[in-house]
Design a protein around this ligand. Structure first.
Ligand code: ATP
Length: 481
C-alpha cells in the first residue's frame, strides 16, 4: 500500500490520537479534525485520499456529509465509525455510498485492514439510486451485542447486491426478520417480498407452489396457477426451512439458480426470472448433505453468503433492549406501561431461552397483559418462566402399543383396504399423518401445552407445528401434564 493522505473527523480526541498513531506507523499522512465543517473544507479543496468519519459531531452529522462529498468527489472512499450501532446507521452509511461501516469500539487491527482494502480497491461503492428511497427510521432489528453488530455490517454490505443469502439459526432467532430487512433496505425494496415455508406445505405440492402449474398438469389442477417465483418477480423470494425441501424440488431450484429460468409444472416454455433468493433453515445443511437429503451443489449455490444468527443465550446483553422494545410495542397497543426491576431482568439474562427472541417476546406480552403492577419483580418472572419451562421428566413412551406398533397396525389396515390395486403414491404421507397425531399430542402433553417447547422437542419449525395442530385438529391444553 503506497502512502496516502487520510482525513479523520471525530469529536473524540482519544480516537483521533489512536488513529493518527496507527496510520502514521504505516507511512500515511493523517490529518484530524473534531468537526464536520473542517472536513468538508479539506474535501472541497481536493485534499485527502481517504476519509474516516464519525457520525455524531458537534456541527453536522457525518452521514449527512457523505452525499455532499460523493457529489463533488465520487471516487473518494469514506469509512464511517459510529457508537450508535444500529442497523439503520449501518444501512444508511452503505446506502449513501460509504466504503465500510465500523461500530465503535472497534478493533484497531480491523480498522487498519479496512483502510488497506479501501486504498487498494478499484471500484468505489456506489450510493443507491435516489429513487430507491431512504430506509425508514424504525429499527427492524433490536440488539447492540457484538454478534448483532456484525450482522448489521454484513447486511449493509449486502444491501446493494443481489447475492443469494442463506440464514441459519435456531427457531425464533429472527431469521425471517433478517430476510425482510435484506429486502426492505436493499435495492429491490420497491418490489414484492414473497415468503414460502417448505415445512408447511405438503411435499407433493411444493414444486407447483414454487413454479406454478398448467391446467391439467396433475389430478386436481383444474386451472393454471402462478407460482411464488412469478409472484416474486422483481423482488425477493424467501425460502424458509429450505432443509425440508424435497430432492426433486431441489433439482428444479438448482436449475433456476444456474440458468435464471424455469418451467411451470406441466409447462414447456422456459420463463426468465429476476428474483433474489434468500433462504433460511434451523437445520444443519451439511448434516442433511451427508444423509443424502440435501444436494451439495445446491448448498454451494445457496450459501454464497451465509449468515448465522446466534441464539439469544449467546447475546444476553441484548435482553434488556429487547424487553424494552416489546414493552413499548405492548403499550403502543394500549396495554399499561410497565417496567421490569433489576433482579427480574438479571434472571431473564440468565435464562437459556430455548425459543429465543420469540419466547422472550411472548413472555413480555404475557407480563404486560396479565399483571396489574407497574413494576414487574423477580417473583412474577420466576413464576412465568416456571410455567413455560417443561418439567424435567423424560418424555414418556406412548402408553399401550407404542409408536412402531401403531405404524405397523396402520400399515396393515392400509394394505387390507387396498388389496386389489394399491394407489401408486401417497402411502408415506397417509401413514405419517396417522402417527403424527399421537406423536404431537404426546409432545404437547410432555411440554404442558407449550408449543415452542413441543416444536423444539420434535425438531419442527414452530409455524409448522402450529399448522399441523390446526390441520390435525389437536386440542392444546396449557399447563396440564
Ligand atoms: N433482533 C430482533 N429484534 C426484534 N424482534 C425480533 C428480533 N429477532 C426476532 N424477533 C421477533 O421474534 C419473533 C421470531 O422471529 P422470526 O420469525 O424472524 O424467527 P425465525 O428464526 O424465522 O423463527 P422460525 O425458525 O421459528 O421460523 C418475531 O416476532 C420477530 O419479530
Amino acid at each position: 500500500m503506497s502512502a496516502a493522505t487520510i482525513l479523520v473527523a471525530d469529536d473524540d480526541r482519544a480516537i483521533r490520537t489512536v488513529l493518527t498513531q496507527a496510520l502514521a506507523r504505516l507511512g500515511h499522512e493523517v490529518r484530524t479534525t473534531g468537526n464536520a465543517s473542517t472536513l468538508w473544507r479539506w474535501v472541497a479543496d481536493g485534499q485527502g485520499d481517504l476519509i474516516i468519519t464519525d457520525v455524531v459531531m458537534p456541527d453536522e452529522n457525518g452521514l449527512d456529509l457523505i452525499p455532499r462529498i460523493k457529489k463533488i468527489r465520487p471516487d473518494l472512499r469514506i469509512i464511517v465509525m459510529s457508537a450508535q450501532n444500529t442497523l439503520i446507521t449501518a444501512v444508511k452509511a452503505a446506502e449513501r455510498g460509504a466504503f465500510e461501516y465500523l461500530p465503535k469500539p472497534f478493533d484497531l487491527k480491523e480498522l487498519v485492514s479496512v483502510v488497506e482494502r479501501a486504498l487498494n480497491s478499484n471500484t468505489p461503492p456506489a450510493a443507491l439510486p435516489a429513487d430507491a428511497g431512504e430506509a425508514d427510521e424504525q429499527l427492524p432489528l433490536i440488539g447492540r451485542s457484538p454478534a448483532m453488530q456484525e450482522i448489521y455490517r454484513v447486511l449493509a454490505r449486502l444491501m446493494g447486491t443481489d447475492l443469494t443469502v442463506t440464514i441459519t439459526g435456531e427457531s425464533g432467532t429472527g431469521k425471517e426478520l433478517v430476510a425482510r430487512a435484506l429486502h426492505d433496505y436493499g435495492k429491490r425494496r420497491n418490489g414484492p417480498f414473497v415468503a414460502i415455508n417448505m415445512a408447511a406445505i405438503p411435499r407433493e405440492l411444493i414444486e407447483s407452489e414454487l413454479f406454478g402449474h398448467e391446467k391439467g398438469a396433475f389430478t386436481g389442477a383444474t386451472n393454471r396457477s402462478t407460482g411464488r417465483f412469478e409472484q416474486a418477480q422483481g423482488g425477493t423470494l424467501f425460502l424458509d426451512e429450505i432443509g425440508d425441501m424435497p430432492l426433486e424440488a431441489q433439482t428444479r431450484l438448482l436449475r433456476v439458480l444456474q440458468e435464471g429460468e424455469y418451467t411451470t409444472v406441466g409447462g414447456r416454455t422456459p420463463i426468465k426470472t429476476d428474483v433474489r433468493i434468500v433462504a433460511a433453515t434451523h437445520r444443519d445443511l451439511r448434516t442433511l448433505i451427508r444423509q443424502g437429503l440435501f444436494r451439495e451443489d445446491l448448498f454451494y449455490r445457496l450459501c454464497v453468503v451465509p449468515i448465522r444468527l446466534p441464539p439469544l443465550r449467546e447475546r444476553t446483553e441484548d435482553v434488556p433492549l429487547l424487553v424494552r422494545h416489546f414493552l413499548n410495542q405492548c403499550s403502543a397497543q394500549g396495554l399499561p406501561v410497565k417496567s421490569i426491576d433489576q433482579p427480574a431482568m438479571d434472571r431473564l439474562k440468565r435464562y437459556r431461552w430455548p425459543g429465543n427472541v420469540r419466547e422472550l417476546e411472548n413472555l413480555v406480552r404475557r407480563l404486560a397483559a396479565l399483571y396489574s403492577q407497574e413494576v414487574i419483580g423477580l417473583d412474577v418472572v420466576e413464576a412465568e418462566l416456571a410455567d413455560t419451562t417443561p418439567a424435567a421428566q423424560p418424555v414418556e413412551e406412548p402408553q399401550g402399543e407404542g409408536l412402531s406398533a401403531a405404524v405397523e397396525r396402520h400399515l396393515k389396515d392400509y394394505f387390507a383396504a387396498h388389496k386389489d390395486g394399491m394407489p401408486s403414491n401417497g402411502l408415506y404421507d397417509r401413514v405419517l399423518r396417522e402417527v403424527e397425531r399421537p406423536l404431537i399430542s404426546l409432545s404437547l402433553s410432555a411440554t404442558r401445552g407449550n408449543q415452542i417447547k413441543a416444536a423444539q422437542l420434535l425438531g419442527l419449525n414452530r409455524n409448522t407445528l402450529r399448522k399441523k395442530i390446526r390441520d390435525l385438529d389437536i386440542q392444546v391444553v396449557r399447563g396440564l401434564k
